[in-house]
Design a protein around this ligand. Structure first.
Ligand code: ADP
Ligand code: SF4
Ligand code: MG
Length: 316
């Protein structure tokens, strides 16, 4: 197994108040697989994924329990210098905000060259050529000229693509992409997804966080749904899309525009995700669940096998 997360618990402490944002999440991902991690904003997707390369800000974050094993290596116990060698080279991270990984002070080409030179013994000239090639692959027009641009000279969408090139240029084994294409228009989005598919054929694994169910249905081999810090359903993509079992999954898919409803507004799920620290007792989804029963407010359901997948609802 390329990546195995077991019983991960992550807490945040702000002004002395501790909240558990990730509560016992277990996930696994193999080479060639795409695990789509979905759920509304605030459900704990980023906190889960960013725990893998230990890129959560600590403090306020703390990993309180569980284990993360990447390619046989214990990520939570790994010394920081070993972790740095893995990041970039074997684990590529695509963030929602491009400026979180681009330096404003250096030309983008130089930043790409530095990443390659840090992890490999490629020559400066070959690294520069590779940088230009990758800028082209992620859809930057005139890459031979743009390689010498500073980030602020590029549009937000182009900065995003440079950051994606930086995460992928060393062809990592594990790609963690947190809403990678949300800010991009559909043509560029399709091009980025194609680049990702190409790398997957080269036997990487992709942990893909998105709230775009259309992207998940195109890309994912497996789907994991998070609600209020917990997994509520985990299934092979085909099973998930043809027969979602958890009421929250059903609601998420209902909100997805289909060919018949294209152009109409997305159907929103009534109510809101509760804040970490204010999860209701019983089933955390009960105050929004269209098929809730009175007992759902009392008993907290466990993840259990139903119909060839895991679901956290005794009535699924
Ligand atoms: N830096 C932070 N400080 C305090 N709380 C945080 C921080 N980052 C995330 N959280 C809390 O953790 C929960 C999950 O956040 P996150 O993992 O970012 O959700 P998602 O990626 O699913 O939108 C949220 O309730 C959020 O308030
Ligand atoms: S346990 Fe009850 S409230 Fe929770 S998802 Fe199932 S039916 Fe809905
Ligand atoms: Mg997030």
């Amino acid at each position: 197994m390329l990546l195995e997360i077991k019983d991960l618990c992550v807490e945040f402490e702000t002004d002395g108040i501790v909240t558990r944002a990730v509560d016992g999440v277990s996930l696994s991902l193999d080479r060639g697989q795409v695990l789509g991690l979905v759920g509304e904003s605030g459900c704990g997707k980023s906190a889960t994924a960013m725990s893998v390369p230990r890129l959560l800000p600590m403090p306020p974050a703390r990993i309180m329990g569980g284990s993360i094993v990447f390619d046989g290596k214990d990520m939570l116990g790994m010394p920081v210098d070993a972790l740095r060698r893995l990041r970039g080279a074997r684990i590529g991270v695509i963030f929602q905000d491009p400026l979180s990984s681009l330096s404003p002070l250096h030309r983008v080409g130089r930043q790409l060259v530095e990443v390659m030179r840090l992890h490999t013994d490629v020559s400066r000239g070959a690294a520069r050529e590779n940088a230009v090639e990758w800028l082209g692959r992620v859809g930057i027009p005139e890459p031979a000229a743009r390689v010498d641009a500073y980030p602020h000279e590029l549009s937000g969408g182009m900065q995003q693509r440079v950051m994606i090139a930086m995460a992928l240029i060393l062809e990592p084994d594990l790609i963690i992409a947190d809403e990678p294409t949300t800010a991009l228009d559909v043509t560029i989005q399709a091009q980025i997804l194609d680049v990702l598919r190409g790398l997957l054929r080269a036997s990487a694994g992709l942990l893909l966080i998105t709230h775009d169910m259309g992207v998940v249905s195109q890309m994912a081999t497996h789907v994991a749904v998070m609600y209020a810090g917990q997994l509520v359903e985990q299934a092979a993509a085909g099973e998930f899309f043809s027969r979602p079992r958890h009421p929250y999954s059903v609601a998420l898919l209902d909100a997805m525009p289909s060919a018949a409803t294209r152009g109409q507004r997305l159907k929103a799920i009534p109510g809101q995700v509760p804040a970490a620290g204010a999860f209701p007792s019983g089933c955390r989804f009960h105050d929004r669940c269209p098929v809730a029963r009175p007992e759902c407010a009392n008993a907290a359901p466990e993840l259990a096998e139903v119909d060839g997948r895991l679901a956290r609802c005794p009535y699924a």
